[in-house]
Design a protein around this ligand. Structure first.
Ligand code: GUN
Ligand code: ZN
Length: 439
């Protein structure tokens, strides 16, 4: 049988071989680069001039010269059922959940609604260059089916799970410890490991699960090696006080999860603003990850995440949009706000660290860096093509930049979905922007 012909993309390639915070040579840059793909994976990545001469004659090359090619973005925390309540005015976390979130999630009892939103959500991720996401669904098993089906149709890497919630919530969203366990188990059997899909046990947060449900969530996580667990912790001061009131036996809010065997590799906790160093050490020691969600933390007035401290204590950190408390699907805009949150905390985020966080850092936080996050041969060929000329302002600012770091910083500060020229999933085009109107 004739081997399949090779496909390649040519452009300015930027990716990371390690964390630039620890290794000055972590960023690899080919000003005129070639990424060679074979059956959806990276075959080779390097300077175009050297690699083109070795490419077979029948190989096809997409020409993205003038644009940047980076690994697909990894959104480590987002809620698909909150797509329609993004930008809802006026409340902080607990009131926002009651007023906007729970009514919106109620509508996912209808599988048709779930399917329609799931399709829009996946397309919106791709339009923003996001090829992997860890997403919350709702308590409804059919809403999980809908998102997995939408991601499968697009061949995206997607982690999701049924929300577990058996107290302190409206009746219309309440499951029980036993029904939540059984439904999650059935979903794991149906979806986990199918194509690129992965399951996450999803207790919403400790205040909305009874100790019985928390125990069963921990059991599900332990019983299914390779499955994820996602939740929220220490986001808002009122929430932290409530968790302490509900769990006087626990040393801290994080300790509630720890006591229920919910820490460990592939456990991902959104926010982690109001942690102390004992908590951070426990996260590092157990291999648990933080999802830093800056647009959400600013929008809900939750607080300022301390990235420096999390890093110093060796905690894995990824970046999350947290839509609908987060205000953008764009990981570029999320990096823009991350920079500002850290500025307010007297910390600085370099453009290299920022793009690492959105790519290889996210993959590392999810224990997926063996297959995602950069262009090392063998990795899954998910990538985003960014256009520094996407808007007149970005074009002007980019023209005034004198080095790569400045150009990347302009892209993350001024860029959004308009800067995403194309998104490829497993090598194939999953999204392509039409020429900008102003051209
Ligand atoms: N804590 C519990 N549920 C949620 C949610 O849906 N969004 C955010 N931002 N925090 C939460
Ligand atoms: Zn969230």
């Amino acid at each position: 049988m004739k081997p399949k012909s090779l496909h390649a993309v040519r452009g300015e390639i930027v990716h990371f071989l390690a964390d630039p915070a620890h290794d000055a040579r972590a960023l690899e840059h080919f000003a005129d680069g070639l990424l060679i793909l074979r059956e959806g994976r990276v075959a080779e990545c390097g300077p175009a001039v050297a690699l083109l001469s070795r490419l077979p004659e029948d190989a096809t090359v997409d020409d993205y010269r003038g644009k940047l090619i980076l690994p697909g973005f990894i959104d480590t925390h987002v809620h698909y059922p909150q797509t329609d309540i993004i930008a809802s005015h006026g409340e902080q976390l607990l009131e926002w959940l009651e007023k906007y979130t729970f009514p919106a999630e109620r509508r996912f009892a209808d599988p048709e609604h779930a399917a329609e939103v799931a399709g829009f959500f996946c397309d919106e991720l791709l339009k923003n260059g996001t090829t992997t996401a860890a997403a919350f669904a709702t308590v409804h098993a059919a809403a999980v089916d809908a998102l997995f089906a939408a991601a499968l149709a697009r061949r995206m890497r997607l982690i999701t799970g049924k929300v577990l919630m058996d107290r302190n919530c409206p009746d219309f969203l309440r499951d029980s410890a036993e029904s939540g366990y059984a439904a999650s188990k059935a979903l794991i059997e149906r979806w986990h490991g199918r194509d690129r899909l992965l399951y996450a046990v999803t207790p919403r947060f400790a205040p909305t699960s009874t100790p019985a449900q928390m125990t069963l969530a921990g059991r599900l996580f332990a019983e299914h090696p390779g499955v994820f667990l996602q939740s929220h912790v220490a986001e808002n001061r009122g929430e932290v006080a409530w968790a302490a009131q509900l769990h006087p036996e626990a040393r801290s809010y994080l300790d509630v999860y720890d006591r229920h065997r919910q820490l460990g590799p592939r456990a991902v906790y959104a926010h982690c603003i109001w942690l102390d160093d004992t908590d951070r050490r426990r996260m590092a020691d157990t291999g648990s990850a933080i999802s830093f969600c800056p647009t959400s933390n600013l929008f809900l007035g939750s607080g300022l995440f301390d990235l420096q401290r999390a890093r110093a204590l060796g905690v894995r950190v990824g970046l999350g949009t947290d839509v609908g408390a987060g205000t953008s699907f764009s990981m570029l805009q999320t990096l823009n706000e991350a920079y500002k949150v850290l500025q307010l905390g007297g910390q600085s985020l370099s453009a290299a660290s920022a793009f690492h966080l959105a790519t290889l850092g996210g993959a590392h936080s999810l224990y997926l860096d063996d297959r995602l996050g950069n262009f090392v041969p063998g990795k899954e060929a998910d990538f985003v093509v960014l256009d520094p000329q996407a808007t007149p302002l970005l074009a002007r600012r980019s023209a005034a930049c004198t080095n790569l770091e400045e150009r990347l910083f302009a892209l993350m500060t001024l860029g959004d979905d308009r800067a995403v020229a194309a998104t490829h999933v497993l090598g194939s085009v999953a999204w392509q922007r039409k020429a900008p109107a102003w051209n």
